[in-house]
Design a protein. Structure first.
Length: 590
């Protein structure tokens, strides 16, 4: 493997190779699925997807995502996503007997998996605001429709799929081995559809993040045509990515492409799929422009009220912006919304038609029969089909990708085991805490610049105190030990660098990380000592109270005006979950 971006990081493909491959991407019709050209493009997308995720994971130059934007290839990814979706609906059922052959297992898997690769690559690329805003509005509408279809699936068929996989745990070895090729293929199709649908939650959330920079028709599509909020709320109430195992009778969550048992504190963490749902809801409900364009009926208001029981301290600690959603939810319930005249004025938008999907999915049934017959003969023949030949010629490339994927998985495991070291200098020691403070680069957007990098060390001269943190919403109390901490000489910035007036603080301790935002009070109400709290015992296994003192204005990260005072950090207190003790204590009845 090559070293890319000049940083010595192993790469599957170099920036030059990526540019060449991305330049060659083109729209391929449903008739070409399985052809040599199509199979080669499948391989290209897989390589680009692996490299894009590797770059994002290692925080190196994201040249794949940048090139997709620069070369205007995101519309092609969306077109290909719709092609494989429609092909699986209209043509694949007519070829199932052909694909049940063992000789066709690899080509079949590659084509079915192509949808996962495409939505994965879009997820990685559309994380960036410029990628979303640079994409043509008509194509974004097509992507919105795709995500909505996945929402419909998650609210219906997905639950049946989860129940079937739960029942499969009770099968005997003989029953598993006795499954027919058709049954195995059906399971694989269901697994891929479930995975794609979960990935689409992140894509949908990114689209709602940047609605302000998109055509008005996109917002209308989300709020009026599909009423996406009413499809997201049921996923909060009854998420298909959670289940109780029939085999162990313990809760499990679908994470990292598999079901994982939830142990201890994990039950209190917001699942990443749930987080995407919450953030998308927050964007669509709280944004003033969305509120102007959405009419809250008695039904939708009643559905929104279901969210109230999910708002609690632990939820706000993990996703602070949900405090705004809780506030707006109360306002909507109380009837504090925009008047009908304002809503009508803002709703006069010409609806955009999803031409790509309609052109693919609205053909006569006989047309799909002809496509299936031709593909069975030319592309999917077990002996001479183009899909078989293409797969054989790409075996070496596929092996290279497999090895690269294995390397990525090892890196993830290594980062999990060595998270203390990767969090920053000094974070590998249990008695130290790494604190990084960022200031917002611009009022609009989510761009931050790091200005403070501290290492806090426990003060060995002072004994820790036993503390209990109540979580009233959950009816439990969490026990911990509070240690005094002081600024270590290992800090990269000293005590002379002031806190930004509005900042984001990230704290790493013992392999765990927590983030919070803060705002320094105005000068007339500012205390001599300013405390910032980060983390939660139940969620992060630690909580830090960073202590800062008021000083005369100094040069550095401050905004330089006289409205807010200047504070510099000087230590604080660190509370960690007590070792060897029960973390959760149920309060005794009074």
């Amino acid at each position: 493997m090559d070293a890319g971006s000049g940083m010595g990081v192993p790469q599957l493909i170099t920036p030059y190779e990526a540019e060449h491959k991305i330049q060659g991407l083109e729209n391929l019709g449903i008739e070409l699925v399985g052809s040599t050209q199509y199979m080669q493009q499948c391989r290209t997308i897989e390589e680009l997807n692996l490299q894009a995720h590797h770059n994002a994971m290692n925080q190196t130059d994201e040249f794949v995502s940048d090139l997709l934007v620069t070369l205007d290839k995101i519309p092609i990814l969306i077109h290909e996503l719709l092609v494989v979706e429609v092909w699986k609906q209209k043509v694949f059922p007519k070829l199932e007997q052909t694909f049940a052959s063992s000789a066709m297992s690899v080509p079949c898997y590659l084509i079915l998996q192509h949808e996962v690769q495409l939505i994965n690559l879009l997820e990685c690329t559309l994380f960036h605001k410029h990628a979303v805003e640079s994409t043509n509005g008509d194509v974004i509408v097509e992507l919105v429709d795709y995500c909505y279809r996945r929402l419909v699936y998650l609210n219906g068929e997905a639950r049946d799929h989860v129940e079937r996989t739960n029942l499969d745990q009770e099968l005997t070895v003989k029953e598993v081995m006795g499954a027919t090729p058709e049954q195995e293929l059906s399971k694989k199709v269901d697994e891929i559809k479930f995975t794609c649908s979960l990935c689409s939650l992140a894509v949908l959330r990114y689209l709602t993040d940047y609605l302000g920079g998109l055509d008005p028709g996109v917002m209308a599509r989300l709020l009026d045509t599909h009423d996406v909020c009413m499809s997201l709320i049921p996923l909060v109430e009854d998420p298909p990515w959670f289940r109780v195992s029939n085999r162990t009778n313990r809760p499990e969550a679908f994470e990292d492409n598999g079901w994982r048992e939830l142990k201890g504190d994990d039950r209190l963490r917001v699942n990443k799929h749930a987080a995407q749902v919450w953030l998308a809801l927050n964007n669509l409900v709280v944004d003033p422009e969305c509120r102007k364009k959405y009419t809250w009926t008695n039904y939708s208001t009643e559905q929104l009220s279901h969210l109230k029981r999910h708002f609690n301290e632990l939820m706000f600690d993990q996703i602070p912006v949900l405090k705004d959603l809780a506030r707006v939810t109360d306002e909507v319930i109380l009837g504090a919304s925009y008047n009908k005249e304002e809503v009508m004025k803002s709703s006069l938008i010409i609806e955009q038609i999803p031409e790509i999907f309609d052109s693919l999915a609205s053909r006569p049934e006989e047309a799909y029969n002809r496509i299936a017959q031709k593909q069975a003969k030319d592309y999917f023949d077990p002996v001479d089909g183009e899909a078989i030949k293409s797969t054989k010629t790409q075996l070496e490339s596929m092996l290279k990708s497999f090895e690269f994927l294995a390397t990525m998985e090892d890196e993830v495991k290594g980062k999990g085991a060595g998270a203390q070291a990767s969090a920053g200098e000094g974070s590998g020691r249990e008695d130290e805490v790494v604190v990084k403070v960022h200031k917002r680069v611009s009022e609009k957007g989510d761009h931050w610049e790091q200005v403070i990098d501290l290492c806090l060390k426990r003060n060995a001269k002072k004994d820790p105190e036993e503390v209990e943190q109540p979580a009233k919403d959950l009816g439990i109390t969490i026990k911990g030990l509070r240690h005094r901490v002081k600024i270590s000489k290992r800090s990269k910035t000293g005590t002379s660098t002031p806190l930004p007036d509005k900042g984001k603080i990230t704290v790493s301790q013992g392999g765990n990380t927590a983030t919070a935002t803060y705002e320094i009070p105005r000068r007339e109400s500012a205390p001599k000592v300013f405390w910032i709290s980060v983390g939660n015992l139940g969620v992060n296994k630690f909580a830090l109270q960073l202590k800062s003192k008021m000083v005369e204005a100094v040069g550095g990260a401050g905004d330089g005006d006289a409205i807010s005072p200047t504070y510099v950090p000087e230590g604080g207190a660190l509370t960690v979950v007590s070792e060897g003790q029960t973390n959760f204590v149920v309060p005794q009845q009074q």
